[in-house]
Ligand binder design. Structure first.
Ligand code: CDP
Ligand code: CDP
Length: 218
């Protein structure tokens, strides 16, 4: 990124478009840290649900945010997160989280805290960060922006193949129409429709685009 020591590659897109798979492959290939910002929103949602807080009570949710300690780190090239020392692990993909995460992610105070932690990663490493607002809000200055998409049918099939219960359309709708940092195609992003592409083809396209945009390490 211009003026900064480290580079950031941003990968935004709707649910099950392939963000994690692509981010993981690209970060491995070029030795960057893979940061999954969605897991941060999932982890906070997990913590709220676990505490028995009424999700409709904004004051209680924000109060909970201010009462916990969120620690971001890294392990084996990927971001990690604990809340009050606990690692939610595979519980982050539970259907209860899928059902509620977008409502929690629409809260301004939650985004402020988590965006600050996301920006913190750039101070320690070159990163590939995936999410919804990474190119538009978290790192708007980076020249290395991607928006990965696929048709609703293809995405639903991909998620079903993973054996997960996840109402993608409902989540996408909330993410797209929320007031703060909605899901959108960032200015200057390279848009890739992966509906008819396998992972290797997407990875190749991203690498070629990074080269074209002047990323020296590719
Ligand atoms: O993997 P998948 O695309 O299904 O979801 P995710 O990336 O784990 O994100 C889960 C949810 O977190 C999204 O549906 C959004 O509501 C929220 N999110 C967000 O608001 N902003 C981000 N930068 C990343 C995720
Ligand atoms: O992170 P996001 O929710 O956007 O998607 P993902 O977890 O990377 O991908 C969802 C599923 O689609 C995974 O099982 C991938 O292996 C699969 N996938 C695919 O079949 N073809 C692609 N071009 C990308 C992902």
């Amino acid at each position: 990124m211009q003026g900064d020591e480290n580079n950031v590659i941003t990968i935004d897109g709707p649910a099950a478009s392939g963000k994690s798979s692509v981010s993981s492959r690209i970060s491995d290939k070029i030795g960057y840290l893979h940061v999954n910002s969605g897991l941060m929103y999932r982890a906070f949602t997990w913590s709220v649900l676990r505490s028995g807080i009424d999700l409709d009570n904004l004051d209680s949710v924000v109060g909970h945010l201010n009462s916990i300690s969120i620690n971001c780190g890294q392990s084996d090239g990927i971001s990690t997160l604990t809340i009050d020392g606990l690692d939610p692990g595979i519980e982050l993909k539970a259907s209860e989280i899928n059902e509620n995460v977008s409502l929690i992610a629409a809260i301004e105070e939650v985004r402020t805290v988590l965006v600050s932690k996301q920006r913190g990663y750039l101070k320690i490493a070159n990163i590939v960060m995936e999410g919804r607002d990474i190119g538009s809000v978290v790192f708007p200055e980076t020249p290395y922006k991607f928006y990965i998409d696929a048709s609703t049918e293809v995405r639903a099939k991909r998620r079903m193949a993973e054996g997960e219960s996840d109402d993608l359309e409902k989540r996408d709708k909330i993410d797209t129409f929320r007031k703060i940092s909605p899901l959108l195609i960032p200015d200057d992003a390279c848009v890739i429709d992966t509906s008819e592409m396998d992972l290797e083809q997407v990875v190749l396209k991203v690498l070629n685009e990074l080269k074209a945009r002047g990323l020296a390490t590719v």
